[in-house]
Design a protein around this ligand. Structure first.
Ligand code: ASC
Length: 229
C-alpha cells in the first residue's frame, strides 16, 4: 500500500510539473516570440487563445480529472470532492469560452473567415461536449435529484466522455499549435528556435495528458467506494 502511494505521489508530482511547465511554455511563447498579450482585436488578443486553452482546458481540466484519486482527500466528504471536481471544470469551461471569444474576436476584427479549419471544427465540438458534460454532471451527480439507478447507468458514460473530451482537447491543441506555427513562422521548415520551443510545448501537453491518463486508469488508486453516496 505504501509502495502504491509513493508511486502515486511520484506520478502526481510529475504531472503537476509537466502541466505547470506547459503553462510557462505557452506564456513564454506568446510573450517572448509572439509580441505579448492585449485585448484589442489584434494578434495580441488572439494570443490569449493558446494561453487560456493550455491553462484551463488542459491543465485545470487534467487536475479536475484526478482530484478523486488524491489519497489525503479520501476522508473528505464525497460532496466536497464533487464540488471541487465541478468547480475546477467550471473554471476551465469559463477560460475555454474566453479563449474562443479571443479567437473569434481577432478573426472578425481582421475579417478572417471563421470555422474553416479542422482545428476550429474539432475545437468547437469539444467545447460544446464539455459544457454538456458539465451540465449533465451537475444535475445527475452533484445535485441530490437523480435516483441511484440513473447515476449508476450514467457514471461509465460520464467517465468515458470525460476522458474522450480531455484526449480530444489535447489532439486539438496539437493541431492548433501546428496551424499557428505554419501561419506565423515562414521559416518553420528551417527548424528555428521558436519552432523547437513550440514543438516542445506540444510534447509537454501530450506528456501531461499521458500522465493524467495513467493516473486515472490505475484501479489501485481509485477512491474507496462509500456505501452512502
Ligand atoms: C454518484 C456518486 C457515485 C456514483 C454512483 C453510481 O453520484 O457519488 O459514486 O454516482 O452512485 O455509480
Amino acid at each position: 500500500a505504501m509502495d502504491g502511494y509513493r508511486g502515486f505521489l511520484g506520478l502526481l508530482v510529475s504531472a503537476l510539473l509537466v502541466g505547470f511547465l506547459s503553462v510557462i511554455f505557452v506564456l513564454v511563447w506568446v510573450l517572448h516570440y509572439r509580441g505579448g498579450l492585449a485585448w484589442d482585436g489584434s494578434l495580441l488578443e488572439f494570443n490569449w487563445h493558446p494561453v487560456l486553452v493550455v491553462t484551463g482546458f488542459v491543465f485545470i481540466q487534467g487536475i479536475a480529472i484526478i482530484v478523486y484519486r488524491l489519497p489525503w482527500t479520501w476522508k473528505c466528504s464525497k460532496l466536497l470532492m464533487k464540488s471541487i471536481h465541478a468547480g475546477l471544470n467550471t473554471v476551465a469551461a469559463i477560460l475555454a469560452i474566453i479563449s474562443l471569444v479571443a479567437a473569434f474576436d481577432f478573426h472578425n476584427n481582421l475579417q478572417i473567415r471563421n470555422m474553416y479549419s479542422l482545428h476550429s471544427w474539432v475545437g468547437l465540438i469539444v467545447v460544446i461536449l464539455y459544457f454538456l458534460q458539465l451540465v449533465l454532471g451537475f444535475f445527475v451527480f452533484l445535485l441530490p435529484l437523480a435516483p441511484p439507478s440513473l447515476r449508476a447507468f450514467l457514471m461509465p458514460i460520464h467517465v468515458y466522455s470525460g476522458l474522450f473530451i480531455f484526449g480530444t482537447v489535447i489532439a486539438t491543441v496539437l493541431t492548433g499549435v501546428t496551424e499557428k506555427l505554419i501561419f506565423s513562422l515562414s521559416t518553420y521548415s528551417t527548424l528555428p528556435p521558436e519552432g523547437v520551443f513550440t514543438n516542445t510545448l506540444g510534447l509537454l501537453v501530450l506528456v501531461f495528458g499521458a500522465l493524467i491518463f495513467w493516473i486515472v486508469t490505475r484501479p489501485q488508486w481509485k477512491r474507496p467506494q462509500e456505501t452512502n453516496s
